[in-house]
Ligand binder design. Structure first.
Ligand SMILES: [Zn+2]
Length: 193
């Protein structure tokens, strides 16, 4: 389990360069959002100022909650563009971002600016799309994050470790919302079948 690095906030209050980026990636049903919520909730209990964002495109369940599959949820702000996060993050100490794979490329510089300002940035997102290709800005986000956690699902076919989101329908469109019935987690071998 991920344990936060111990970084004191210092005396002078100058936080420049004291922030960092954590990234949680994996397939669908791997518990990415639950892990994001777990980390965020602990920061809230510690009375840290927290803001959470998600792309507007992700409207599966709820417009303003980050909702995981097991229904634990937390308040979030939907934004159109990655740059909006810079305007809305304000004086928060911790910034959470869910469904990061749907953001534009700009998200990479946005999270780095936030971390450079001294904020802790926690990102969750799908690392691969349904065809097994890297998803949107995720590779670059993984490259610039200090800490990367890859979480796994369980293969719905064989019970092995699943890293792929297998699409059960024939649709070829990359972004398809509404899920459980349309995807299942699969391991490499069962994904290739
Ligand atoms: Zn399998």
């Amino acid at each position: 389990m991920f344990v936060e690095p111990h970084i004191g906030r210092g005396e002078s209050g100058n936080l420049k360069g004291k922030g960092w980026i954590e990234l949680i990636c994996g397939s669908m049903f791997s518990g990415k959002t639950e892990e994001l919520i777990r980390r965020i909730n602990r920061a809230i209990i510690a009375k840290q100022r927290v803001e959470i964002f998600k792309p507007k495109i992700d409207t599966r369940y709820d417009k303003i909650q980050v909702v995981s599959h097991n229904q634990s949820s937390i308040r979030s702000t939907p934004v159109d563009f990655a740059e909006d996060i810079l305007l809305l993050a304000g004086n928060s100490q911790v910034v959470g971002i869910d469904e990061a794979q749907f953001f534009d490329k700009e998200i990479v510089s946005v999270v780095n600016i936030l971390a450079n300002q001294g904020k802790r940035v926690i990102i969750a997102g799908l690392d691969m799309d349904f065809s097994g290709k890297a998803f949107g800005p995720m590779p670059e986000l993984m490259a610039t994050a200090e800490y990367v956690s890859k979480v796994h699902a369980i293969c719905a076919q064989c019970g092995g470790i699943a890293t792929y989101s297998y699409r059960l329908s024939e649709e070829k469109q990359k972004v398809m919302l509404g899920e459980k019935d349309k995807y299942e987690p699969r391991c490499r071998r069962c994904f290739l079948k």
